[in-house]
Design a protein around this ligand. Structure first.
Ligand code: ZN
Ligand code: ZN
Ligand code: ZN
Ligand code: ZN
Ligand code: ZN
Ligand code: ZN
Length: 546
């Protein structure tokens, strides 16, 4: 912890570092002051801390405003997804048979000559040459076994070629003890470790521990980067230390060149832990906790998981079926030890047997088994629903509101799909839908954005997209009203619509043009200019107040 590093200005070894980011070292106050002009652009408003409960985590060192970028980071390692059809090992684009360039040194296929020279390809190029026989890929478009180990191999390579990078990778969490014995572990042992030993002839070079450690590092810290289809994997350093929270205060997005951006979804006070959500915040508490336990090996007991009402939203609440009762059922707690399906069950942790859900009005109790059956049935109904059918969505909502709270995650799921669907299917867009549907779109979009603000305020991609839908629905409502009530009623609607659009543009500001949300963000900016023009014209046409 007290390692000496050279002062960035004069290179004198020193223990002192910038207290805000702890990244840059300074021998003296003077040199820190002198360097600030430049450092203020790279200094992040958070520092790395460590404790027994969280391991390493990030803590805000000063007030951070919603929307502020906390940090931007380039990946330590990138590579193809574990299961992938052949992709270019330089840029990760999907390869098509007949449009391929092979690396002259190793035979791996690429999209272009330039990509064969990309430095990220060095590890497998090196080991393929060592192996003494070129790679030859002949099937495209379906998952190919040769790619399963590439990202792990790229990590392993650093041990003998880049000490600093290797140390950073090794400092990341691998959860190897928890992973041992899981199906995924056995799979990795066979398809990654054995492949590295046999195909690359590296059995005397990397042992099982080293390989499995790297598998864990990639599994736990790897991000699937959605800029391309299929997605590729990137492992980041500092971002990996950001802890999970089901009501996180930050979110991650990617730049077009594959860097990651961490930005604040809400205002953050100094001393708060910086968090992101590692799972889908629109899943129910039980599903989120199981997913986190299966994939990240911890049992979440965050504020949201600990509150069965989920900040009063009743996101998991089921309707009481007692005659005449208008109450809702919830269990005492969701934070129970999780039974592992992947490992043999421990008979001592069967805590669910005598769980009951209680009504908040009549205090009636219903066994967990009955509720689970109901949820399973509704879940099955949901997955059997025809896709893209607004009528089916409406039928589901009116049927299931007899069983679920209107804000229940299943209701929210369908409401969200419906809100986005209305207007997308008609050739005329929103202008082609009925007044009823337009009203429904407006109501649903409003309801879900309000819910998101409470439940997952940092989920800015989704909220920004929905606000875009909402602004369009309100503007269309104004247009229709103006047909009967005259053009002046437009002004109120357009002004409201513009306010919502402004918020949408701000929420989507960090999204790259490769993603639909990024394109929506750009469209929002264009629409804003048009609306300003419209508001100006409408205002000018208003009769003078005299
Ligand atoms: Zn100095
Ligand atoms: Zn700093
Ligand atoms: Zn390429
Ligand atoms: Zn090569
Ligand atoms: Zn949680
Ligand atoms: Zn009741």
């Amino acid at each position: 912890m007290t390692a000496q590093e050279p002062c960035i200005v004069c290179s004198t070894p020193t223990e002192h570092k910038c207290s805000s980011c702890q990244v840059v070292h300074y021998c003296s106050r003077d040199h820190q002051k002198q360097h600030w002009k430049q450092h203020k652009y790279e200094c992040i408003p958070a520092r790395i801390k460590q404790d027994a409960k969280y391991g390493r985590y990030l803590e805000a060192t000063r007030s951070i405003k919603a929307g502020d970028v906390i940090m931007k980071e380039a990946p330590l390692i990138t590579g193809p997804s574990q299961v992938t059809p052949p992709v270019c090992l330089g840029c990760y684009q999907l390869l098509e048979e007949g449009a391929i360039v092979t690396c002259q040194k190793c035979g791996w296929p690429f999209c272009s000559e330039a990509c064969t020279k990309n430095a990220v390809h060095t590890p497998e190029c090196y080991y393929t040459q060592q192996r003494g026989e070129k790679v030859s890929i002949s099937t495209y478009g379906i998952p190919h076994p040769n790619y399963q180990c590439i990202t792990v191999l790229r990590c392993l390579y650093q041990r003998d070629h880049n000490q600093k990078l290797w140390a950073k990778l090794q400092a990341l969490e691998s959860h190897n003890e928890d992973r041992k014995g899981t199906e995924k572990w056995e799979n990795d042992r066979k398809l990654v470790a054995e492949f590295i030993w046999k195909f690359f002839k590296l059995d005397g070079v990397f042992n099982e521990d080293e390989i499995m450690q790297c598998c864990g590092i990639v599994q736990i810290n790897g991000h699937e980067v959605p800029l391309l289809e299929p997605e590729y994997v990137a492992v980041f350093d500092k971002i990996s230390m950001v802890e999970h929270n089901c009501r996180a205060n930050c979110n991650k997005s990617f730049t077009s060149d594959g860097n990651i951006i961490l930005s604040a979804g809400v205002s953050i006070t100094p001393g708060s832990h910086i968090s992101v959500c590692y799972t889908d915040p629109l899943w129910g508490t039980e599903a989120r906790r199981h997913h986190l336990s299966d994939s990240k090996f911890f049992e979440c007991s965050c504020e949201r998981c600990s509150d069965v009402t989920e900040f009063g939203t009743m996101f998991s609440a089921v309707k009481c079926k007692k005659k005449g009762c208008k109450g809702y059922l919830l269990p005492d707690t969701f934070v129970l030890p999780i039974l592992h399906k992947t490992k043999s069950p421990d008979p001592n942790t069967r805590g669910l047997d005598n769980k009951f859900w209680k009504c908040n009005a009549c205090k009636d109790e219903v066994s967990d088994a009955i509720i689970q059956q109901l949820l399973q049935d509704i879940g099955r109904e949901l997955s059997a629903m025809p896709k893209g059918d607004p009528d089916a969505c409406e039928r589901f909502i009116s049927h299931c509101c007899n069983y679920l709270h209107p804000s229940h995650y299943y209701m929210t799921d369908i409401s969200l799909a419906l809100a986005q669907m209305i207007g997308q299917q008609d050739r005329l867009g929103l202008a082609g839908i009925t007044d009823d549907r337009l009203l429904l779109k407006t109501q649903l979009s409003r309801k879900i954005t309000d819910l998101l603000e409470i439940l997952a305020p940092a989920e800015t991609r989704l909220r920004g997209s929905l606000l875009f839908e909402l602004h369009a629905a309100i503007a269309e409502t104004g247009r229709r009203k103006s047909l009967t009530d005259g053009p002046m009623v437009m002004l109120g609607y357009v002004t409201e619509s513009r306010k919502i659009l402004q918020e949408s543009a701000e929420l989507l500001a960090h999204e790259p043009p490769e993603l639909p949300e990024g394109r929506l963000g750009r469209q929002a900016k264009i629409n804003l200019l048009q609306m300003d023009e419209l508001i100006k014209n409408l205002s000018a046409a208003l009769p003078s107040p005299l």
